[in-house]
Design a protein around this ligand. Structure first.
Ligand code: ADP
Ligand code: ZN
Length: 754
C-alpha cells in the first residue's frame, strides 16, 4: 500500500493522509495534484510527502490524479513551505497562491489556445508615389494597409472587421493584389503580443552601467544586489544586459517583476523588443485560461523569461539564473490578503534555493533594502547620473500657505479663483509655457474623486461612510458620495443631516475637479486623466499612456499611478498639486511613501535633451520628505528617516507582525484584542524570548471598515525567527470564538498599519 500526505487548498493547518489505489500508483508522486474525498465532498490537494502507515487507522482512497506530471517540483514545494512558515499560513493556502487558479479550482484546466485568422502584409509599398497610384481607387484598402503597417505588419481578421469595420471585400482586395495574405495562427490570446514592436535599445552602456554589470557577472549564485540608480539612470538597460547574459549566453531562465504591468507598458515593450517570443507577460487582464497557457509554456521551457507583477515570482521556470525586482520599494509587491507575502522576500528565498542572482532596482530603495545593502548583506550597485546626458530636473517648492494669501486681482471671475486655488501662479506660468512650446506636462494629485469630503459650513459635520470610519469622497460624474474603502455610495446631501444647515461645502481637491478646472482654463489643451475611475477597462492604462507617448496629450493628470516607470522625453514639466496628501497619515511609513512618490514623479520630468522642471505645491515645505525630494537627496532622507525609526523602534531596526482583530460588534472585538494580547504575554512569560515586545492592543487607525470594527496588536522582535515562531503558535493555537464574525489576521512585515 502506498500512503501519501496531502495539503488541501483550504485554510487548514494540517495535512491529511490518503491511500493511493492500485490504478493510480503510476501517476502520483510528490508535487502531483490529487482529487481526494474530504468530509462529505471532494477537494483538490497537492502531494507533499510519503506517509508511514499507522496501526488502526483507516485511510481513504485518492479519487483521481489529474496530471501526467507533478505540478510542483521540489524547490517550488520548499518555497511554499517557507511561505507557510514565515507568514504563518497553512501550507495548502501557500500552494494555492503559487499555482494558477485553474489548477486549484474544481474544474479541469482548459488551455485557451485556439487558432485565429490573421492578415499580414506580404509586400511593401515603400514610396508615397507608388502608394498614391496603387490605391487611387481603393481608399479603404489603403486605410487597411496602413493600419496593418502601423500595428506592426499584421492583425487579427476578426478584430479588423468587427471593431474597425473593414469589410471582407476590402480585405479580399488586398489579398488578390498580392499585398497581404491571410493565415491561421495558433495563439495564446494575449493582447500584449499584438502591441507594436519597438526597436531594441542599442545604447552603449555607460561606465556606471558597465561596472554594475561586471559586478553582477561576478555575483555568487543566490546573492542579492541592490541597484540604486536615480530616475532616468538607465536601470532597464542593466536588466536587459543581465538577462542577455543569463538567458541567451548561459541558457538559463529569468523572472522580471514590475509593480504593475498595466502601468509599465514601456518597460514590457523594451523587454519584448530584445527577447521577443521568449517572454511570457503575466498581467492582470489575462483570463484563467490564458494564465494557464503561459504557465504551461514556461514549465515546458518554451519561454524562458517571465515579466509580471507580484505573483510571477511563482513562475514554473527551471534552471533559474536571475530575478529582477524593479521598483523594489513599491508596496504593491506585498499581497493584501492571506498569504500576505512580499514578492521581494519570496524572490530572495527562491533565488537562494535555486542559485539565481537577485537584482533589486530603485531610485528610492526601501529602508529595509538600503540597510541590508550598506551592512554588506546585499551588494550595492550605484548609477549616480542620468543616462544619455540628461540631467535631473530643478525642483521648486510652492508654499501654499503664502502663495494663497497673495491678493488676487479684484476683477477675477469666480472660475479663475477656483483655478488659482488649485494651480498656483508659478505652476500656471510653467504649464502655459509648455503649451506654447508643445511640450508635455504631468500633474500629480494623489486623490481621486471631485472633492476629498463634504462638510457642513454651519456645524462642521463631515459626511462619513456608514460602514467605515472614513469620510466620503464627492464624485461628480456620476454625482454621488463614495467610500473608497467599501465602495458604499449615496446621493449628495444638500441639507446637513445633523443641523439642517444648507451650506454644504466641498473641501479638498480631487482629480475630477482639477481636470474640470484645467479644461476650463486651457480650452484648447488636450488633457488626459488617469486614476482608478478612468482606468476600469482592461487596457485603459495602456491606452492613455500610449496616447501620451504618441504626443496626443498635452497635460497628463493623475494619481500615484502616473508616477511609475514612464519614460517620455517630451515631458518637461511635472507639477505636484498637493504634496501633503498622505504625509500625516498615522503610519510609520507615511514619510517614506511621500518621499518615494515625490521623487518618482519628479523623475518623470526632463528625461530627454530638453531638460525639465518640477513644481511641488505644499503646506509642509520644511517636512524632510519634501525637502529631500526637492534636492534629490536620497542619502539625507535615509539618514533622517532612520533616526526617526529608532525610538519608538520600527523597521528596519526591528521585525514586526501586525495582528488585526476584527468583528461586527465593537465590544466583542475589543475583548478579543485584549484576550489575544494577554495570551501573548502569557506565552512570553512561559517561554521568554529576548528582544520581543508586545505592543497594544489599540483600535486600528481606521477603526471600522466594511461594517467591521478593527483592533490591532503589534509584535516587535529583534530576531526574525522569534517572530515566525510566535506568529505560527498564535495562529495555530489561539481559538477565535465563533461569534460576531470575529477574525484574526496576522500581517508579517506589514507595509502599512492602517
Ligand atoms: P530608469 O529606469 O533608471 O529610470 P531608464 O532605464 O528608463 O531609466 O532609462 C532612461 C532613459 O535613458 C531611457 O530613455 C533609455 O533609453 C536611456 N538610456 C539608458 N541607458 C543609456 C545609455 N547607456 N546611453 C544613452 N541612453 C541611455
Ligand atoms: Zn465604507
Amino acid at each position: 500500500m502506498q500512503l501519501i500526505d496531502v495539503a488541501l487548498a483550504l485554510p487548514l493547518f494540517k495535512t491529511f493522509t490518503y491511500r493511493v489505489p492500485e490504478g493510480l500508483t503510476g501517476s502520483v508522486s510528490v508535487g502531483s495534484r490529487v482529487l481526494v474525498p474530504f468530509r462529505s465532498g471532494r477537494e483538490i490537494g497537492v502531494v507533499v510527502g510519503v506517509a508511514e502507515e499507522r496501526e488502526g487507522v483507516k485511510y481513504r482512497d485518492v479519487a483521481a490524479a489529474p496530471d501526467a506530471q507533478p505540478v510542483m517540483d521540489a524547490p517550488m514545494l520548499a518555497l511554499c513551505q517557507w511561505i507557510a512558515d514565515y507568514y504563518a499560513v497553512p501550507l495548502g493556502v501557500a500552494l494555492r497562491t503559487a499555482l494558477p487558479a485553474s489548477l486549484t479550482g474544481a474544474k479541469a484546466p482548459v488551455p485557451s489556445r485556439k487558432t485565429r485568422r490573421v492578415v499580414a502584409i506580404t509586400r511593401e509599398v515603400p514610396t508615397l508615389l507608388e502608394r498614391d497610384r496603387m490605391f487611387a481607387r481603393a481608399p479603404q484598402q489603403r486605410a487597411l494597409y496602413e493600419l496593418l503597417e502601423a500595428v506592426g505588419g499584421s492583425g487579427a481578421v476578426e478584430q479588423l472587421m468587427e471593431q474597425l469595420h473593414f469589410s471582407s471585400s476590402v480585405l479580399k482586395g488586398l489579398v488578390t493584389r498580392g499585398l497581404a495574405a491571410v493565415s491561421d495562427e495558433t495563439v495564446a490570446r494575449d493582447p500584449f503580443l499584438t502591441r507594436a514592436q519597438r526597436k531594441p535599445d542599442t545604447h552603449t552602456p555607460t561606465h556606471a552601467q558597465t561596472s554594475a554589470l561586471d559586478r553582477l557577472a561576478q555575483a555568487k549564485p543566490g546573492s542579492v544586489a541592490l541597484l540604486h540608480g536615480i530616475t532616468g539612470s538607465g536601470k532597464t538597460l542593466v536588466y536587459l544586459e543581465l538577462l542577455r547574459r543569463v538567458v541567451v549566453d548561459e541558457g538559463k531562465s529569468a523572472i522580471v517583476l514590475v509593480p504593475e504591468i498595466a502601468l509599465t507598458p514601456q518597460t514590457v515593450d523594451r523587454f519584448r523588443a530584445v527577447f521577443g517570443d521568449q517572454i511570457a507577460v503575466l498581467h492582470s487582464a489575462l483570463s484563467d485560461g490564458e494564465r494557464y497557457d503561459a504557465w504551461l509554456a514556461l514549465r515546458r521551457g518554451e519561454k524562458r523569461i517571465v515579466v509580471g507583477a507580484r505573483s510571477a515570482i511563482f513562475a514554473p521556470l527551471r534552471n533559474l539564473g536571475a530575478i529582477v525586482v524593479d521598483e523594489e520599494h513599491e508596496s504593491s509587491y506585498k499581497q493584501g490578503e492571506t498569504p500576505r507575502y512580499h514578492a521581494r522576500e519570496v524572490a530572495i528565498v527562491r533565488a537562494r534555493a535555486e542559485g539565481a542572482v537577485v537584482v533589486l532596482g530603485s531610485a528610492t530603495p526601501s529602508l529595509e533594502s538600503w540597510v541590508n545593502a550598506t551592512s554588506g548583506k546585499y551588494e550595492l550597485l550605484t548609477l549616480p547620473d542620468r543616462a544619455g546626458g540628461a540631467r535631473l530636473p530643478k525642483v521648486n517648492i510652492v508654499d501654499l500657505r503664502t502663495e494663497k494669501a497673495k491678493p488676487k486681482p479684484s476683477d477675477t471671475a469666480e472660475a479663475d479663483a477656483a483655478f488659482s486655488f488649485a494651480i498656483s501662479a508659478p505652476l500656471e506660468r510653467a504649464i502655459g509655457e509648455r503649451l506654447v512650446k508643445q511640450e508635455q506636462s504631468v500633474l500629480l494629485l494623489n486623490r481621486r474623486g471631485y472633492a476629498a469630503f463634504v462638510q457642513c459650513g454651519t456645524c462642521g459635520d463631515v459626511a462619513v461612510c456608514p460602514n467605515c470610519s472614513i469620510s466620503l469622497t464627492y464624485h461628480r460624474t456620476p454625482e454621488r458620495l463614495v467610500c473608497h474603502y467599501c465602495l458604499h455610495a449615496e446621493p449628495l446631501q444638500v441639507v446637513c443631516p445633523r443641523c439642517a444647515g444648507t451650506r454644504m461645502r466641498q473641501r479638498g481637491l480631487g482629480t475630477q475637479q482639477v481636470e474640470r478646472l484645467l479644461s476650463e482654463h486651457y480650452p484648447r489643451a488636450r488633457i488626459a486623466r488617469m486614476d482608478v475611475d478612468t482606468t476600469s477597462g482592461k487596457w485603459a492604462h495602456t491606452e492613455i499612456l500610449d496616447r501620451v507617448g504618441a504626443g496626443e496629450v498635452d497635460i497628463l493628470l493623475g494619481t500615484q499611478m502616473i508616477a511609475k516607470g514612464l519614460d517620455f522625453p517630451n515631458v518637461t514639466l511635472v507639477g505636484v498639486i498637493d504634496a501633503d496628501v498622505g504625509i500625516n497619515l498615522p503610519d510609520f511609513r507615511a514619510s517614506e511613501r511621500c518621499f518615494q512618490l515625490l521623487s518618482q514623479v519628479a523623475g518623470r520630468a526632463g528625461r530627454g535633451p530638453k531638460g525639465g522642471e518640477v513644481f511641488i505645491q505644499t503646506r509642509s515645505p520644511t517636512h524632510h520628505a519634501v525637502q529631500c525630494a526637492v534636492t534629490h537627496d536620497y542619502y539625507r532622507f535615509v539618514k533622517e528617516e532612520l533616526a526617526g525609526r529608532a525610538n519608538p523602534v520600527y523597521p528596519p531596526f526591528v521585525r514586526i507582525a501586525n495582528i488585526v482583530l476584527s468583528g461586527t460588534q465593537e465590544e466583542a472585538t475589543e475583548r478579543l484584542a485584549t484576550s489575544v494580547t494577554a495570551w501573548l504575554h502569557k506565552l512570553l512569560a512561559a517561554r521568554p524570548a529576548a528582544g520581543v515586545a508586545v505592543i497594544g492592543p489599540a483600535p486600528c487607525p481606521v477603526e471600522r471598515v466594511k461594517n467591521r470594527w478593527r483592533w490591532h496588536v503589534l509584535i516587535k522582535a529583534q530576531r526574525q525567527q522569534d517572530l515566525g515562531r510566535i506568529g505560527r503558535y498564535l495562529v495555530e493555537r489561539y481559538d477565535v470564538p465563533k461569534q460576531f464574525g470575529l477574525r484574526m489576521t496576522l500581517d508579517r512585515d506589514p507595509v502599512a498599519l492602517l
